[in-house]
Design a protein around this ligand. Sequence first.
Ligand code: GLU
Length: 481
Amino acid sequence: MTSNIRVRFAPAPTGLLHIGNARTALFNFLFARRHQGTFVLRIEDTDLERSTNASIDRIIEDLTWLGISWEEGPDREGAHGPYRQSQRLSTYRELADRLCQEGKSYKCFCSEERLEKLRKEQLSKGKMPRYDGRCRSLPPEEIAKMESSGLRPVLRFRVGRGSILFEDLIHGKMSFDSAGIGDFIMVRSDGMAAYNFACVMDDHLMHISHVIRGEDHLSNTPRQILLYQALAWQPPIFAHHPLILGPDRAPLSKRHGATAVSQYRDEGFLPEALQNYLILLGWTPPSGQETLALEKMVEEFSIQDLSRSAPIYNRKKLEWLNSYYIREKGEGPLAEMVAPYLQRAGIQIDQIDPQWFHQICGVLKENLVILSQVEEYLGIFFDEKFFFDEGAQAILQDPKNRQTLHSILGALEDSSDITSEDQASLLRQWGKKTGRKGKDLYAPLRAAMTGKTKGPELVKTLPLLGKERMIRRLKMALEIS
Ligand code: GLU
């Protein structure tokens, strides 16, 4: 059964989905799920110059990848659409006219130059820049004259005196003095609704009960409440969450590294890991269990419990979660996720025995922090990528190591083909035969067989190489001088 709880995520389609916005979407999604409510995706594309359809598609793709779904949106019409602001212009116009007729808004003809000058003057006097109200009471004849001369006004909201109060679910009681708020623009001179105006119209007409968004919008909320009051509408309940900061405490941006969801996806982060990481930013699960599946988040997460202080981005923690979720994956599903990285590296995936490939993934999953790292290990399993790296070459030049490998080569040539069961005992036999153990045995063996000094467990890796390949590589290793 659905409740009256309705929330929305309202991105502007002007670029890639930032992980900060994805976190806002996740909060809204979880809130709706927890309260059997409805989650709406609304596209705020009133900035026609910067908004693109490609960006809308990417946002939908990234949210879907992240496991976030919605009941109403541009791609699934509901009772309160359309869900793109550019398709709601006639609604905005009607309501703007109503406010204008009621004298709650007015036409302003001030030029950009005048406003810029005013702003500079105010700033130089240490004042907060705000519109000075010059066009507040223009006589109708003057308005008509300016309009007939071709001047296109903006529509400003007439801000009255008083305090604006609201209760924020995260910050508690909030109070703003309207004296600090200038008459703000509702409709731009090109006829397009400005953010605050369009947002209020839509939140009301879409029956949004709770607005959960970033703290960067906290200063917009008193303006929006004034609009609700002017239209005698009930405002929704607000929750403004702190934004993610970089390690230097500046808002998380490109200079801190990847910020777009799609970048994380390309690098090989799993959606479960990113989801889980985002929910832990500013929130500690009451159970103390940090790895949470989506269903558990729905049960345990509550927006009121979010910390009021800003969380700091920590890639190491995200990587830790990612390696956890990689280890949790079965070989088959992991193979499917890893396959594109092999293809990217030029491996003909359709020519590989699927079972062998699944086993490789099973072995590699202990080593992968992000999926794209699989490229570093391809040389171990695919001859066309095989080479001895510098570290391996140094190990293989040591006479003692060469002697060890020589004697292993002899033993290997005499043995039958190897399965994972006999690999462990084979390693013991090789140890006995060469008189070497631990690192002295494994380091040359790893260098010769994998071309590397580090990698997945040898006892699991070697059987996947097979006897023939092992012999070939040992011989190649012994040719290094
Ligand atoms: N389009 C706004 C943004 O992306 C939406 C803000 C809101 O949720 O009201 O920041």
